[in-house]
Structures are given as C-alpha cells and as structure tokens.
Design a protein around this ligand. Structure first.
Ligand code: GLN
Length: 477
C-alpha cells in the first residue's frame, strides 16, 4: 500500500514512529495527484511551497517538538478559500489570476498546525452547481468511475481524497456542496453548524448559508480536520465557539434516529433507498431507535433556497465589476461598457443565471412575492426542525437521490436543483450534517447516508457517525 492511501491518523502515527517523513508523504501524494490530474482534473493549482512546508515539519520532528496530529498531512483546499500567495480562482474566468494577499481563517489554522497544503481543488464556478461542471477549468471526474461526475460543487476536494491525491480536504457547503460530492465519491463529508468555522477568507456565494466543511476517508479523519479549523474568530461576527470534546466514543445505544416521512415519499432511486434503509437498520440493530417524524415545510426548502441564495449571490457578486480586481474587458469605450463587458466575459452561464434570478427576486414589485416569502418559509422550516429535535437526536436520509451522476447527462437547471432536496433543508436551518458512505449501487457507484444534528450539536453528529462506522457502516464494500 502506498503512503497516500493511508488515513491521516495512520500517517500521523507513522510519522511519530519515524517510519516515514512528511516529505515522503507529500511526494507520494503529489505523485498520485499529478498522475490522475489528466483524467480526474481535481486540481486547479498545485502549491509550489508545499515541499518546504513538509520539510519544516520534518525539521520540527527531528528537534523533538510535539506537533498536532495534522502536521505533515497533505490537504487539498477548495479554490474559493483564500490562500495567501497562492492563486484562488473560484473556478471562474473572472478570478483566473487572483492571488489573495491573506489566508482564510481556516487556512491559517491549518498552516499553524503544520498541515501541508498540496493545492487548490477544482469546483463549480463560485460554488454554484452540483456536478463540478460549471467551472472555467473543466469538469471533475469521479475516481470511482471516470464516466461519472465527482459531484459538486466541492468535486475536486472529494475526488482528491477518494483517489489518494490528498489525504484530507476543505470544501465549502452552501446547499450541499461538501456532502454531495463526498457521497458520490465514497468519502466522508462534514458540514458544520453555521458559524462553527469562520467564513473569513471564504469567497462568498450566499453568506447566510456558506460554511467551510471537512472531507476525509473516515469519520475520525474528518473530525481531526474539523477540530483544527473550528472556533470563533473576531473577523467573522457570525462565528461561534462550539465546544468539542477531544475524542469520539461512538455510542449508538438509545440514540433516536428521526426519519422525515415527507422526504421518504419523494423520488429516491431504488438502490439508494434500500442502501440507506439498511444503513439505518444497522444502527437500529446496534441499539438505536427509529422514529418517524414530520417536517411539513421540508419539501418547499429547495425552492426557497434557490430564491434566497440567488438573491445573496446577486449582491455578493456585484463586486466583480472589472475595476478593483478580476477580469477586465478590453472591449469598451465607456464605464458602463466596461462593467457590462467585464461581467459578460468573466462569468459563466450558471453564475449569470443566479445573478439574474437573484436580481429579479429582489426587485421592486416582486420582492414580497419571492424573497420575503422564501425568508418566511425558512423561518418556519427552522421551527419545524426545532420541534423535530425534541423527538429525535439525529435525522437520517440519503444525501443524493441517485448513486451516480453521469457527466454531461443533465442540462436542465430545475431538475439539477431539485436533486438538492436532501441537503438544502439543513442548510436553510444552519444545522450540522455529515455524509458517510454506505454501499454501492448495481454499477458499483458509492451511496451516502446523511445524518443531520440539532443546532450546535456538531460533536453529536460526529459521534453517532463514528458509532455507525464502528459497527461496519461507513464503507463502500
Ligand atoms: N447545488 C447547490 C447550488 O448550486 C449547492 C451549492 C453549494 O453548496 N455550494 O446552489
């Protein structure tokens, strides 16, 4: 087995026993990432400084310094998370040569802990999409079967962890973008409570939803990464300090698993339905109790999400005007043309669609009918979740209605949006959730189980997911 195929915790152990060096781990992982780049296209930019970072870890180990477990572990960072001195494009022509002058809070924490940032991972343009196929640098293929998409929008992050081209990865999740690619690539993806990880340095898409999530091959690895990046930050007023005990226990006895009946009545592929049901039965066999619950507004969540997130996107993306930074058109004779042409040339179709939709739902005469109604629905959905969590500890569902997403298969935006049915509700309510692999469909494509926890119950989500992994869930075999 090659070094890059080990989990982060195994590698941390090997480093401490001096069975390998951080430089060797980095070189092996980079080799895998580069070998697969032509087919999978998981990366947009590799980090030229990474080798030095790995050497610095080796020097500290040689000095006998005690280092965090994540030190020397190669990590991919989604390309909408700012990295000082390292190009950060959001997979957009608009930012194709943007080099941030500062690190995101999460990146700073990782660097301080000695993690090795191997490169910037590919994604949907400005994180808008579900198949990592809307970006300027081409689509990301699924390492499990390259005819399929890696999912999106953090497709490069999930694909690199799945293929061994990174050991861990950061992604961003606005409406499912960490959980969906994790599920489709057969790895673990965690989306924290809104505010658990600072958004400082995360290039905004929809600020009231955006979260930085962690991807790993096991629950423990994912927990290791999340534990480094979580915590309050004065530079993000919405950030919170959520307490995380050091370790995971994995107790399933007596855990009440909620099944939202409205969700299970919606369209779910047969293989996904039976796999996820057997995952839930496995937990029941190990002491968990299943409860049927109802969240009446849950099926309207997708519509409201696309209204609110597009409204926020239209405002957040107004800054790309060709003046301060980003693409500037050279075909213009006056200021208005400069704005218009820079934006028309710099943004791709999906981003333009969201900006137009968002501007429309906020416009005079339509705001009450669309934006304000969607915000009211969000409020009642949050109340529905709160009530649900009086009756259960965790809510279980599929992550995605299908196992595989064929590349280029679906070009119909409303159908693509509808497939966010399982991930968007908890995004609306800012709740923590995790995607864990469970089984494969008939074609051998991975299926994911989603567990959603109550507000700030991030540790509980990890702990139950860990319990599930301990009893044999969490694998694709
Ligand atoms: N598929 C959703 C969208 O396109 C979610 C994207 C995300 O979480 N960044 O909006």
């Amino acid at each position: 087995m090659r070094l890059c195929d080990n989990t982060a915790l195994e590698l941390a152990n090997m480093l401490r026993k001096k069975q390998c060096s951080a430089k060797e781990i980095y070189s092996d992982t980079l080799q895998r990432a580069q070998d697969e780049q032509n087919t999978i296209n998981a990366y947009i930019t590799f980090n030229d400084e990474a080798e030095k970072a790995a050497e610095a870890v080796d020097a500290m180990i040689a000095d006998g310094r005690e280092l965090p477990l994540i030190a020397g572990i190669p990590i991919a960072v989604k390309d909408n998370i700012s990295t000082k001195g390292l190009r950060t494009t959001c997979a957009s022509k608009m930012l194709r040569s943007y080099v941030p002058p500062y690190d995101a809070f999460a990146v700073e924490k990782l660097r301080n802990a000695g993690a090795v940032i191997i490169g910037k991972s590919n994604m949907d343009e400005f994180a808008m999409g579900s198949a990592s196929d809307t970006g300027f640098f081409g689509a990301v293929r699924n390492p499990v079967d390259t005819n399929y998409s890696a999912g999106g929008s953090s497709g490069g992050s999930a694909a690199s962890v799945s293929s061994g081209g990174a050991v861990l990865a950061l992604g961003s999740d606005t409406g499912g973008s960490v959980r969906q690619p994790a599920s489709l690539c057969g790895v673990v993806g965690f989306c924290p409570s809104y505010g658990a990880v600072s958004r400082y340095g995360l290039i905004p898409f929809a600020s009231s939803f955006d979260r930085i999530g962690s991807i790993g091959r096991t629950v423990e690895d994912t927990y290791l990464l999340h534990n480094i990046i979580n915590g309050a930050d004065p530079k993000d007023v919405t950030s919170l300090n959520i307490f995380y005990p050091f370790n995971l226990i994995g107790e399933l006895q007596g855990i009440r698993i909620g099944i939202v009946k409205e969700l299970w009545n919606s369209f779910i592929d047969d293989d996904v339905r039976s796999s996820v049901m057997s995952a839930i039965r496995l937990m029941e066999k190990n002491g968990a109790v299943i409860k049927e619950i109802s969240i009446p507004d849950i099926l309207s969540a997708v519509k409201a999400y696309y209204v609110i997130s597009s409204a926020e996107a239209s405002s957040n993306l107004a800054r790309y005007d060709g003046i301060r930074y980003g693409h500037r058109s050279d075909k213009c004779e006056n200021l208005n043309e400069l704005y218009k042409n820079s934006r028309s040339e710099g943004f791709g179709d999906e981003v333009k669609r969201r900006i137009m939709l968002g501007t429309f739902v906020l416009s005079e005469g339509f705001c009450d009918d669309y934006y304000k109604r969607a915000v009211a629905l969000r409020k009642s959905l949050c109340a529905g979740f709160e009530e649900a969590f009086q009756q259960c500890d965790i809510i279980a569902s599929p992550v995605y209605p299908k196992a595989g997403l064929k590349l280029g298969e679906n070009k119909n935006p409303t159908e693509i949006y509808s497939a966010d049915i399982f991930t968007v509700p908890s995004s609306m309510a800012g709740l923590p959730s995790i995607s864990i692999p469970f089984g494969k469909n008939r074609e051998g494509l991975p299926i994911g189980l989603q567990l959603i926890g109550g507000r700030s119950c991030d540790h509980k989500v990890f702990d139950i997911a860990y319990g599930y992994e301990l009893v044999g869930g969490g694998c694709n075999d």
